[in-house]
Design a binder for this molecule. Structure first.
Ligand code: NAD
Length: 339
C-alpha cells in the first residue's frame, strides 16, 4: 500500500489495466449473469481505480467504469429509454466513511444543523423501472446502462406482487409515474432452484442476485413465471400529477398505491443513529428471507436532494453502506500486491 506510484506512465498503465478488468467483470455480471469475481473484490478494484483517477484527474475518460452505471443492454430485448436516468450508488464500508458522507452532505447544503436521513435495506437483486400511466402498468425495464434498459414487461407481468393497476382509494393516481425497485429471488426459492439444477446435473447459480437477473431476462416468460421472483420498490423517477416533499412520503405513497415497500426503513435525525442502525443489521440480515448486501442511506428532503445533485453516476444525496466481509483484509492485500 505504501508503494508510491509517482511515475505518471505507471499510473496510466495501471488505470488501463484496471479498466479492462472492470469492463470484463461488468460484462460477466450484467450481461451473462455469471460473475467470476467476488463482489467485494470487484468493489475494491473499482475503488483503486477511483483513487488512481482522482490522483490524476486528467486521465479520466468518459468510458471509464467509474463514470458510467455498470450495466449494459444485451440483445434479445427491445431497448427503451428511461424518462429519468437510473443511477447507481456510491458505496462505503465503515462508520468513518458514513461520517465522511454526512460531512459532504452538510457542506453541500451549507448547513450546520442535523440532516434527516432515511435508512433502507439494500436488497440484493436487480433494479427495475416500472412505468404506470393513469394507474396502469405499461412497462418494466431493467436499469441497463442507466439511460437505456431492456424491455422485460412481459416477464414483469408474471410477478404477482407487482400490481398491474394501482389502487386509487387513498387519493390521487398520478397520470405518469416511474417506480424504481429491486426484483429479487427469496432465499428459499434460490435454494430450491439450485437443488433442482444439481439433480439435473446443471451448473449452479452463483447467488440469488444473479439468479433473479437470469430469471427476469428470459426470452420465454413461462420460465420467469416459474421462478418465485418478488419485488420491493424504493423510489420514483419522473412523475406528474402528484406533490411529494420527502423520501419518507414517497415510500408511504407508493405503499398506498398498492406497491410493495420494505418494512424495515427508518428515519433518523442523528448520523450516530444512522450508523448504529446500519451496523446493527450486519448480524440481523441472516434472519431475513431474502439477501441484502448492505444498507442505503438517503437524505429525506427532496429539495435538499436536488441541491446536492449527482456525480457522473451516483447521487450525492445517498450512499450504500456495505457490510464488512470476513475475507476483506486478504482481498485488500491481494489487490495492492498487484499494484
Ligand atoms: P449497487 O448494486 O452497489 O448499488 C446500486 C443499486 O442498489 C441500485 O441500482 C438498486 O438496484 C440497488 N438497491 C437495492 N436496494 C435499494 C434501495 N433501498 N434504494 C436504492 N437502491 C437500492 O451498484 P451497481 O452499480 O449495480 O453495482 C455494483 C454491485 O454489483 C456491487 O455490489 C458490485 O460488487 C457488483 N458487481 C460485481 C461484479 C462481479 O464481477 N462480482 C461485477 C459488477 C458488479
Amino acid at each position: 500500500v505504501e508503494k508510491k506510484l509517482d511515475d505518471l506512465q505507471e499510473i496510466q498503465n495501471k488505470i488501463i489495466q484496471l479498466r479492462e478488468q472492470l469492463h470484463y467483470h461488468n460484462y460477466r455480471y450484467y450481461v451473462l449473469d455469471d460473475p467470476e469475481m467476488e463482489d467485494l473484490k470487484f468493489d475494491l478494484l473499482m475503488r483503486s481505480l477511483i483513487e488512481l483517477e482522482s490522483s490524476c484527474p486528467q486521465l479520466i475518460t468518459a468510458d471509464s467504469p467509474t463514470q458510467r452505471v455498470g450495466g449494459m443492454v444485451a440483445g434479445g430485448f427491445k431497448r427503451v429509454n428511461h424518462a429519468t436516468p437510473m443511477r447507481s450508488l456510491g458505496n462505503c464500508f465503515s462508520a468513518d466513511e458514513l461520517l465522511a458522507f454526512h460531512n459532504r452532505v452538510q457542506s453541500g447544503l451549507g448547513e450546520e444543523q442535523d440532516i434527516e436521513y432515511v435508512v433502507e435495506l439494500k436488497i440484493d437483486g436487480l433494479a427495475i423501472n416500472l412505468t404506470y400511466e393513469n394507474g396502469h402498468l405499461v412497462s418494466g425495464v431493467t436499469r441497463g446502462d442507466g439511460a437505456q434498459g431492456e424491455d422485460v414487461t412481459t416477464n414483469i407481468r408474471t410477478i404477482k406482487s407487482i400490481p398491474l393497476i394501482l389502487r386509487g382509494d387513498h387519493g390521487e393516481i398520478p397520470s405518469f409515474l416511474e417506480v424504481r425497485g429491486e426484483i429479487y429471488m427469496p432465499s428459499k426459492e434460490f435454494g430450491r432452484l439450485n437443488q433442482e439444477r444439481e439433480e439435473a446435473g446443471e451448473a449452479l447459480l452463483a447467488n440469488p442476485r444473479n439468479a433473479a437477473a437470469g430469471s427476469l431476462r428470459q426470452l420465454d416468460p413461462k420460465v420467469t413465471a416459474n421462478r418465485a421472483l418478488d419485488v420491493f420498490v424504493y423510489g420514483i423517477g419522473t412523475y406528474t400529477g402528484i406533490e411529494l416533499t420527502t423520501h419518507g412520503q414517497v415510500l408511504g405513497y407508493l405503499n398506498q398505491l398498492g406497491l410493495k415497500t420494505n418494512p424495515h426503513y427508518k428515519i433518523f435525525h442523528q448520523i450516530e443513529d444512522v450508523i448504529a442502525y446500519c451496523t446493527g443489521f450486519a448480524e440481523k440480515r441472516h434472519k431475513l428471507p431474502y439477501e441484502i448486501d448492505g444498507m442505503v442511506i438517503k437524505v429525506n428532503d427532496l429539495s435538499s436532494q436536488q441541491i446536492l445533485g449527482y456525480t457522473a453516476k451516483d447521487p450525492r444525496w445517498a450512499i450504500a453502506y456495505k457490510f464488512p466481509a470476513e475475507q476483506a483484509i486478504t482481498v485488500v492485500e491481494d489487490i495492492f500486491v498487484g499494484l
